[in-house]
Design a protein around this ligand. Sequence first.
Ligand code: FPP
Length: 243
Amino acid sequence: MSRITQDTQKSGPRHVAIIMDGNGRWATQRGRPRLFGHHAGAKRVREVVQSCPDVGVDYLTIFAFSTENWKRTQVEVAGLMSLFRRYITKEARALDQFGARVRFIGDRMRLDAKLIKLMDDLEEMTSSNTAVNLTIALNYGGRDEVARATKRLARDVAQGRLSPDDVDEETLPRYLDTYVLPDPDLVIRTSGEARISNFLLWQSAYAEYEFIDTLWPDFTAEEFASLCASYGGRDRRFGAVKT
Ligand code: FPP
């Protein structure tokens, strides 16, 4: 039996990841189009980001658009892409002034050039900030990320930069989009669905999950703080047995 040493954690989560779900239902409940819900959802992001330092969260990762979301109607997809462009343009200054370091994960290849430029510029502009690390998952899918990582890893093997014998649990994550981030401690999904929907599959191996009924546009910094606080009361064992 393994002994628990430094792996036992009783403090709050350092990295929280959020699946922001329920925008569509929130809008439908109000008799409005789904995009109205996405706009309301985008407005909730700032408050949660700005509350991170108060609750001791250094890394916040949010799921904005999945590799599966392309299957939505053309109107919704185009509306979301336009929302992301507007969000970055409008929020860049506030995020920077707050001290957020913004990164994007996901496959950029399918995104339009204007959006990619905005993403690159925001990453560059905020690259020396330290108040909180905000990672936005955009055209992200966990399986797609592992497949892209494996492709890069295979190229390194083929070109003699990496030996197959050196491929292990330490090596592979260096090829993931998240290579500079710690693994998430807590994953929150709003709107009552209890699924992980291809989000941070490799990285969440030991994460705690909170599935809450609140629809994302109703999510508040208070609820975020309360979820972080209840995480702090848990005893994580990482597969070991407490002695
Ligand atoms: C899921 O709700 C939400 C999305 C697919 C988009 C998430 C986007 C935002 C919260 C807004 C933008 C974020 C940023 C960072 C600008 P859903 O449409 O699946 O809701 P439903 O399950 O009720 O239909």
